[in-house]
Ligand binder design. Structure first.
Ligand code: NIG
Ligand code: FE
Length: 416
């Protein structure tokens, strides 16, 4: 007998359930949201115990005090998975935003000691309490907008000691947050001044910290900004080799503004994901498809910086798994929440609304190595659920900025 403490019924249910295997959705299946009319989802102790349709839910026993809601006229879907953010920072970059909008180039601002370096200065100056409060507020804001799993990177330290401070604050945030937090050590985000002529030494120091990160379980993955004038593939090779050896996943900011061969490198490295990929070459895309490495498209940064966005159709046609993320950060993508990322994924990158929903749920879960745990509604998964105030989920892409997130459940607990 199935017993539940939460039942949502009468919904247009998007299950995103696995099709024939547990792999991410690709090609023609990339837009299959697994819609069920008059659907229900039943939950107990934080996990989904049953889904289905019609009056069958009536046979499910409810514990005393169970929440039992008729959500007719609404969409019920998995909570969003945001697989790429930089929430751990202090300070804003209004001035730089204005300068860039009047013509200054992003990489030129960075090379002149601004951009990422400006956020590094502000973040280093913030106390633990200040930074922790900022982190928790940003995680709560994301949760309000339907995110139930969020990746957060360090990366505004650029010095092993400061990076470790940020990672320890992230570990605290992970323990306290109402949603699941996947922490990444962004070891090579920019080259700080003391190392201007010595990238090798910088990478050596950043690589040394990998052992501490792994020993203290401070992060699940290691990331680097592989970009023209920042770090090239040869620079980051030892860093990623150390990460893999320590049992950590690798992921990268790949071919964001220029094609530097980072997508093919991500494929060779069997990265957990290759992110940005706006300038990935045809060869790079083929390599990603062969290695089944998901790409994480970040349309927010193309939108705010103004470079040509990644063309989603190239990846869908090549059967590369496509995920979407907010890339929330104070420099290139100050946007809030996955609904905005979904809308931009459609308008800028050319995903269909349903492909964007797949990209923001099950495929994003795969991009974080959580494809078997979240991103879909079926028995055994964590009960991370969003109720939309609409009967057509495509509205997420169409009515950009509309308040469509009616209810959010994280592990079966209502959090928004
Ligand atoms: O994903 N491009 C590298 N990293 C971030 C931006 C960081 C910043 O400008 O503060 C990104 O776009
Ligand atoms: Fe990023």
């Amino acid at each position: 007998m199935t017993v539940a403490d939460l039942v949502l019924h009468g919904a247009r249910l998007l299950t995103l359930a696995p099709l024939k295997d547990e792999r991410p959705r690709v090609g023609p299946a990339a837009g299959d949201v697994g819609a069920v009319m008059d659907g229900f989802v039943a939950v107990r102790d934080g996990a989904i115990v049953a889904t289905g349709h019609g009056s069958v839910h009536g046979a499910i026993e409810r514990v005393e005090g169970a929440i039992d809601v008729d959500v007719q006229g609404r969409v019920v879907m998995p909570g969003f998975v945001d697989p790429h953010t930089h929430l751990c920072y202090a300070g804003e970059r209004w001035e730089e935003f204005a300068t860039r909008k009047s013509g200054a180039d992003y990489l030129a601002v960075l090379a002149a000691g601004g951009g990422i370096h400006a956020t590094v200065r502000a973040t280093r100056d913030a106390s633990d309490d200040q930074l922790f409060a900022l982190l928790m507020r940003r995680i709560a804001d994301a949760a309000e907008l339907g995110t139930t799993t969020i990746e957060v990177k360090s990366g505004y330290g650029l010095d092993p000691g400061e990076e470790l401070r940020q990672l320890r604050l992230l570990a605290r945030a992970k323990a306290d947050a109402p949603i699941d937090v996947a922490v990444t050590y962004l070891a090579a985000h920019a080259l700080p001044a003391p190392y201007t002529d010595d990238r090798k030494s910088f990478i050596r120091e950043a690589t040394k910290a990998v052992a501490t990160v792994a020993n203290e379980s401070l992060a699940e993955a290691v990331d680097a900004f592989v970009e023209k004038g920042v770090f090239d593939v040869d620079d980051v090779r030892p860093l990623f080799a150390a990460a893999k050896k320590a049992g950590l996943a690798v992921t990268m900011h790949a071919d964001q503004l220029n094609d530097v061969g980072a997508s093919a490198f991500a494929a060779r490295t069997h990265a957990r994901s290759a992110d940005h990929v706006a300038h990935a070459s045809a060869d790079g895309i083929r390599a990603l498809a062969r290695a089944e490495v998901p790409v994480v498209l970040l349309p927010g940064s193309a939108f705010f910086v103004g470079y040509p966005p990644p063309e989603a159709r190239r990846f869908i046609a090549a059967r590369v798994p496509v995920a979407l993320a907010s890339d929330h950060n104070p420099g290139t993508s100050p946007l809030e929440g996955m609904p905005t990322a979904i809308a931009l994924g459609v308008t800028l990158c050319g995903l269909t609304p349903h492909e964007a929903i797949v990209a923001a749920t099950i495929n994003a879960a795969h991009a974080l190595g959580r494809g078997g745990r979240v991103g879909a509604l079926l028995a055994g998964r964590r009960a991370d659920i969003v109720v939309l105030d609409t009967d057509d989920e495509r509205e997420l892409a169409y009515r950009m900025g509309a308040p469509l997130i009616a209810e959010v459940y994280s592990s079966g607990r209502r959090i928004a």
